[in-house]
Each structure stands twice: as structure tokens, then as C-alpha cells.
Unconditional design. Structure first.
Length: 168
């Protein structure tokens, strides 16, 4: 028969090609608000410390990242405001907390560099998305600056008030 080809199966005289299962979508959740509110300077990928029920809920897509932000505490980075809703089939001996603070895993050099930029240059750390990489959950974090707030075409009250006073 020759070489063994793992993607082909032989049934009698017929050769059938196996259908590969498509891999799960690598994106779990996106923070679309972050791209609108912040000007992204650099992006970093961090691991996350999660509990078992959180991983199961992430596989089911029960996560909300829009209110999430990253804080620095004692030289470590934490993700706050990322809501992972527990599955109804969660174990009875675990008491899930949907808004638990999650620790982000970076290299020490990256942490020092990020702390320096956040403290001195006015940057902030914003989570952009959660995704799978080699079976592990990763968080893409952006070093960003806030964009100036824009209104939806109507000038703010202070602008209108100053315009009226200049006209009179």
C-alpha cells in the first residue's frame, strides 16, 4: 500500500478522506469598547490564573469583558471586572464568584516595563480579548492612552454656554 497517510482511510477499494473537525474558535471574547475609547500603543499576551469552573464557562462562552480593566498591586497585574458567569452544572462543593479578580501572568521584565510606563507616562492597561492558545486561556492586554471624548454631533453644554456669552 505504500506510505501511511493519517488523513486518508482505506475502505476496500475506496479511499475516503477524513473530515477534520474544525478547531474551536480561538477568540473567546472581545472588548470592542476598548478599541473605541483608547488609542492602543502596544499589545501583550498574558496567561491567566483560572479555576476549573471558569475554564468550563469560558468554553461555553459565558464571559463579558467590556467592563474589565487591569490594575497593578504589589508588582503583579490583575484583571478586574471580567465577568465569567458559572454554568448551572457547576459542582456543588464550589461556590463560584463571577467577578473574581484574576491574576495575569507576565514575565518579570515585562511587568517592570509596564509598571514604568503606567506610572510615569500616563498609559493605562486595558484587556482587549480572551483567546485560546495551545489549550490555555490567554488575555491580550494593551498599553493604551485614553482618547479625548467625542460627542454625537451635539456640542456640550459648556461649549454652548460660552458661545451664547460671546454672542451677547
Amino acid at each position: 500500500m505504500g506510505r501511511h497517510r493519517p488523513h486518508l482511510t482505506f475502505h476496500g477499494n475506496q479511499i475516503k478522506q477524513k473530515r477534520f473537525k474544525p478547531c474551536r474558535a480561538s477568540r473567546i471574547a472581545d472588548n470592542k469598547k476598548a478599541m473605541f475609547n483608547y488609542a492602543v500603543d502596544e499589545r501583550f499576551e498574558a496567561g491567566m490564573v483560572l479555576q476549573g469552573w471558569e475554564v468550563k464557562a469560558l468554553r461555553d462562552g459565558k464571559v463579558q469583558l467590556t467592563d474589565g480593566y487591569v490594575v497593578i498591586r504589589e508588582g503583579e497585574l490583575f484583571l478586574i471586572g471580567c465577568q465569567i458567569n458559572p454554568l448551572k452544572t457547576a459542582s456543588s462543593h464550589v461556590s463560584p464568584d463571577s467577578v473574581r479578580t484574576k491574576k495575569l501572568l507576565f514575565h518579570k521584565d515585562e511587568i517592570r516595563r509596564l509598571i514604568g510606563k503606567v506610572e510615569q507616562k500616563g498609559f493605562t492597561l486595558v484587556p482587549l480579548n480572551l483567546h485560546w492558545k495551545n489549550g490555555k486561556v490567554k488575555c491580550e492586554v494593551a498599553l493604551a492612552k485614553g482618547k479625548p471624548s467625542t460627542t454625537s454631533g451635539t456640542p456640550s453644554r459648556t461649549v454652548r454656554a460660552s458661545a451664547k456669552s460671546s454672542v451677547q
